[in-house]
Design a protein around this ligand. Structure first.
Ligand SMILES: Nc1nc2c(c(=O)[nH]1)N[C@H]1C(S)=C(S)[C@@H](COP(=O)(O)O)O[C@H]1N2
Ligand SMILES: [Mo]
Length: 429
């Protein structure tokens, strides 16, 4: 899709305002969809390898042990890949999205974790990588990766979401991944930032920590000291293995619930300061233009949000039973409720939250549904432990106006046509 990365300032801004003015994406192609509609044909077609026959793959030993020393998915899953816009002028400042509609549970596999880079992916030799801790500290530190791994480690499951997910002007995607694929969730292992800051010793006027990445963008963000002394983590492993280069190898910062941009990858420097740096990423970018012409800055926490991922855009469903399933999350803590509407928001019913339900992690919800075959719109809305309820797009723009780009957590509608096709409900039919 054309507007796949509106977080990317190099992609030209078409001023197409959302809600489908001229977005010709409905109907037609079912490309890439795991079409539930094939289920019936699948059940009746002759399958020589199904019982009572002995399948081919039982008649001789399979592939050798160690035929693949780093495992990859089955060849039958080769279409499950990151979602990358195909028509960008360059790919060093761009993003690729997680294929949310393909996932089960809440963990994003490392190879499918969304990526957003402002200056490409650096190829960092961990033996030469250092973390410098300086500024308003008693003892400046220059830490090797081995030094960092000697601190007590912790593992936590958290989501990371880009705040341009999707930009308000880029809501015409076809799939769940097109719309909100800039979110993923992993188990992160590292050391509390607090532990390292205590090792350096904070001076009394320390209020911010300015984190800098070792990429060509030298991405720089100011983090309030309260967050640094709370749950902030210096992370070197993800889902049990070392971070992938795309995720910040060998070291990144993870700020649970904070907007993706602040989770600085390839972390090389922590400068403890009294004032924020007012870097590019916290002034011209990642601020919200408000209706009165001011800009809302330092919007750290990502608000509660959810999306139905099954069925979702490009899927096709059949009349009768369909389980609705999706993901919900909030930067402010646990998801306490997800409601589903199968009648375009007229009525809402509680979905089931699938364990585990963790703070600042993706939460899976499920809802059993019997479709009567009539066209409708299905929606989900999340509530978090603060009592905050995910707003509709109309409610959100009533407060935030029509000039914003970032921090769009509006309810996402999927339209179901009479033939069972699922399409983006933001796009006019
Ligand atoms: N050094 C550095 N850190 C960075 C970025 C970057 O370009 N350089 N991108 C940021 C943005 S905008 C996001 S949304 C997240 C993306 O993290 P991921 O690529 O691991 O999904 O990293 C953030 N950290
Ligand atoms: Mo981002």
């Amino acid at each position: 899709m054309k507007d796949a990365d509106r977080d990317d300032d190099l992609v030209s801004r078409t001023r197409r305002r959302f809600l489908g003015q001229g977005a010709a994406l409905v109907g037609g192609a079912l490309a890439g969809g795991a079409a539930a509609g094939t289920a019936r044909a699948e059940r009746t077609a002759p399958v020589p390898n199904a019982p009572p026959n002995v399948p081919e793959w039982m008649k001789a030993p399979g592939a050798d042990v160690g035929s693949e020393l780093y495992g990859t998915p089955s060849r039958f899953e080769k279409e499950v890949v990151r979602n990358l816009a195909r028509n960008l002028k360059q790919y060093t400042s761009a993003s690729s999205r997680a294929p949310l509609q393909e996932f089960d549970g809440i963990i994003t596999p490392n190879g499918l974790f969304y990526e957003r880079h402002h200056g490409g992916i650096p190829d960092i030799d961990p033996a030469q990588h250092r973390l410098m801790v300086h500024g308003l500290v008693e003892i400046p530190l220059l830490l090797t990766m081995n030094d960092i791994r000697r601190f007590p480690s912790e593992s936590h499951i958290y989501f990371i979401e880009c705040s341009g997910n999707p930009g308000f002007e880029a809501m015409n995607g076809r799939t769940a991944s097109d719309l909100v694929g800039l979110v993923s969730c992993a188990e992160w292992t590292g050391v509390r930032l607090k532990t390292v800051l205590e090792e350096a010793g904070l001076k009394p006027d320390a209020r911010w920590v300015v984190a800098e990445g070792a990429d060509a963008a030298a991405l720089t963000r100011s983090i309030p000291i309260e967050k640094c002394l709370d749950d902030a983590l210096l992370v070197y492993s993800q889902n049990g293995e070392r971070l992938r280069p795309q995720q910040g190898y060998p070291l990144r910062i993870v700020l649970p619930g904070f907007e993706g941009n602040m989770n600085v990858k390839w972390l090389r420097r922590l400068n403890v300061t009294a004032e924020p740096a007012y870097s590019r990423e916290e002034t011209s970018k990642y601020t919200d233009s408000m209706p009165d012409g001011t800009a809302r800055q330092f919007t750290f926490y990502m608000e509660a949000k959810s999306i139905i991922t099954r069925p979702s855009g490009t899927h096709r469903i059949e009349k009768g039973f369909n389980e609705i399933s999706g993901l919900a999350w909030s930067g402010h803590g646990r998801i306490t409720q997800v409601e589903v509407s199968v009648d375009d928001g007229r009525t809402w019913q509680a979905a089931q939250l699938q364990e585990p339900v963790l703070t600042r992690a993706l939460t899976r919800f499920r809802f059993p549904w019997t479709w009567d075959g009539r066209p409708t719109v299905i929606l989900s809305r999340a509530t978090d432990e603060t009592g905050y309820l995910q707003p509709s797009l109309a409610e959100l723009t009533a407060v935030r106006g029509m000039k914003s780009f970032y921090h769009n957590n509006a309810i996402i509608p999927w339209r179901i046509t009479a033939s069972g096709e699922v399409t983006n409900g933001f796009v006019k039919a």
